[in-house]
Design a protein around this ligand. Structure first.
Ligand SMILES: Nc1nc2c(ncn2[C@@H]2O[C@H](COP(=O)(O)OP(=O)(O)O)[C@@H](O)[C@H]2O)c(=O)[nH]1
Ligand SMILES: [Mg+2]
Length: 329
């Protein structure tokens, strides 16, 4: 974050907001950097920024995209994003990556693959916030979504970069959750747990091209059968299983058609609004927990006391229960 927005917060915050609301991508980028900042003065400004830009009821669609590394998420987003900007949608792409030791290579690789989309004036691509605290990364991503929406972006795509817990976190911040899979290789091999398949609103078998096509068609039938056995989801939506080739841009429009169908169905049924409400409440509670944890552990006296208790526990001079009781008494 450059210093210009810090010197006289009031005036510059207004500039930032004006630029953001006009859809200026440079200002959007700066606003995201501000909300990602952990500095105390930036936090206050961030809170005010969010307060002033949120427009209740603004129409947008948040789509989460997950799948093991190499399945083709970035390639898919490039093709899908281009298709959307071609029909005059404004598309923002954010990614969530809880791993702190991400290699430079993967960032560069992603950038190259989204090259076309990143040059599109109707697209905005932002690499993930860094940080090893998934809760913190998730929270800045949620706020980044709000900022993108304020800047006029209609479709917000969240790509999961890390594998593991990030799927649940993304599921909790999107309206639609798309799972990319590969044919061949069992679920175990792909590192995809059954739980993640159950969270999906859509299963797409990517790389359904060339010599993979036959295996992809077979996988489609297998997954279709598997999906039938899952308990019905809360949206009362029958999860489609489709084929696509992100590389050859096949099945991209069909995917969008399904998403539109879903959107219509859940807006009519009320699930769209209900889901967003539940997500906001859950986020609120998560933030309370984060703040409590932070304010507790950052106290020097607490740090000190914990150290002492560790020694007492190690030498079996105190039970864990007693040590905890004493910390809070
Ligand atoms: N044959 C084929 N290759 C693909 C397809 N989609 C992606 N790839 C390739 O798979 C590799 C990984 O793609 P990438 O988008 O980076 O995957 P990510 O890690 O899930 O983001 C790249 O070499 C892509 O060119 C596809 O539809 N067909
Ligand atoms: Mg990627």
């Amino acid at each position: 974050m450059d210093s210009t927005f810090r010197r006289t917060p009031d005036i510059h915050l207004q500039d930032l907001i004006n630029g953001l609301l006009q859809g200026n991508r440079v200002f959007l980028s700066r606003a995201i950097t501000l909300i990602e900042s952990k500095r105390v003065e930036d936090r206050k400004m961030s809170a005010e920024l969010i307060e002033r830009i949120v427009q209740p009821g603004r129409k947008s669609l948040r789509i989460g995209i997950t799948g093991v590394p190499g399945v083709g998420k970035s390639t898919f987003i490039e093709a899908f994003g281009k298709m959307l900007t071609d029909i005059d949608k404004k598309v923002a792409v954010l990614s969530i990556d809880p791993s702190s030791n991400r290699t430079k290579g993967s960032i560069l690789g992603d950038k190259t693959r989204m090259d076309e989309l990143s040059r599109d004036p109707n697209a905005f691509i932002r690499p993930s916030a860094s940080g090893s605290n998934l809760g913190g990364v998730a929270s800045s991503t949620r706020e980044a979504i709000l900022l993108c929406e304020a800047a006029g972006f209609d479709i917000i795509i969240i790509e999961t970069v890390g594998v593991g817990q990030s799927e649940t976190v993304v599921k909790d911040m999107v309206d639609y959750f798309l799972l990319l899979m590969l044919a061949g290789g069992g679920d175990e091999l792909q590192g995809i747990k059954r739980g993640i398949m159950e969270m999906a609103d859509h299963i797409l078998i990517n790389k359904a091209d060339r010599q993979n096509l036959k295996a992809a068609k077979k996988a489609k039938e297998d997954y279709k059968n598997a999906v039938h056995l899952f308990p019905p989801n809360e949206a009362e939506w029958v999860v489609p299983v489709g084929l696509c080739s992100a590389l050859e841009k096949l099945g991209i429009e069909a995917t969008w058609k399904e998403i539109e169908k879903y959107e219509k169905q859940v807006i009519t049924s009320g699930w769209f609004t209900e889901n967003r409400k539940r997500q906001a409440i859950k986020w609120f509670h998560e933030r309370i927990h984060d703040r409590l944890e932070e304010s507790f552990f950052s106290k020097p006296a607490v740090k000190n006391e914990i150290k002492k208790k560790e020694e007492l526990i190690s030498s079996q001079k105190i039970s864990v229960r007693k040590a905890v009781e004493e910390l809070f008494s």
